[in-house]
Ligand binder design. Sequence first.
Ligand code: IPM
Ligand code: MG
Length: 366
Amino acid sequence: MKIAVLPGDGIGTEIVAEAVRVLDTLDLKFEMETALVGGAAYEAHGHPLPESTLKLAKEADAVLFGAVGDWKYDKLERSLRPEQAILGLRKNLGLFANFRPAICYEQLVGASSLKPELISGLDILIIRELTGDIYFGAPRGRRTAVDGHFPGAEEAFDTMRYSRPEIERIAHVAFQAARKRSKRVTSVDKANVLETFQFWKDVVTEVGKEYPDVELDHMYVDNAAMQLVKAPKKFDVVVTGNMFGDILSDEAAMLTGSIGMLPSASLNSSNQGLYEPSHGSAPDIAGKGVANPLATILSAAMMLRFSLNQPEAADRIESAVQSVLAQGLRTGDIWSAGTTRVGTREMGDAVVAALSASITKKTITG
Ligand code: IPM
Ligand code: MG
């Protein structure tokens, strides 16, 4: 089992270090190799996704990714900005299926900005298409307008597009995921305005016929954004395009109280995957040892389950995280009165300790 470890920028290095310690605690053999990515790679090699890093990622069974980005790179030309590293990995590895679960841990109900009764027990899975849509559509650029409201003016443009096979494959992923849950899929679109998303809706509906046991409904993206804060528990599996998924997954993440708790997985058709926390590099708190490592630790659990075929080890990590929350340990982002505030490293220590205890128990009881 080969894992490419790409910590990246900002808090990326701190949180990935804790996830690696957790993996090291398991009684499993991994080959882990670390490489630079994002701003850190730009500083060292002049490119956010150097050839050597891409090669390592391609050869690995899975990539454990931290986060990339820092305001100081905002002035660089787009192709050299840290974000291009994650976009380049998604594209080059064909990671079209992005899983972003939004689960509300019972102990953290109070950390949400929504009323407890709205989010207690929340368990949504957002499935975001990750290699198409306006993110990757060509042409794009700047030019002089020949028509529109201001002919002759400078303008910028992007291309929103989806092909039938791109929609079909993500729809299959969503229906299959729903079969393992409560058998409901909501497809989010903007079919009332956009040609691309009328097509999306039509194709998802066609694919849905192959899954008569799964209930499919459709929702416009603006309504979905509203329903997510109004009655989030009505959702189960949500499938949508790249850009709507970017926006709705941040919204869903925040329902749970902290984006610092949410892992994500991005998979290709051979189950090779990239695993990263749903949050970013948080340069404002980088280096202070206060970031929450749990989203990254939970991403490592997803990695074990989806790409490395070690579901038991994944369960053990998830139980260890539950147990540190039950002990009342909290990083600043999820802290509330009556709980114990800890830093990144102490949180990692606690998960490692809980995991070691469970491994010892397993050895004794067989
Ligand atoms: C995400 C991020 C990325 C995206 C950025 C960093 C390119 O916001 O993974 O959600 O827009 O996809
Ligand atoms: Mg995003």
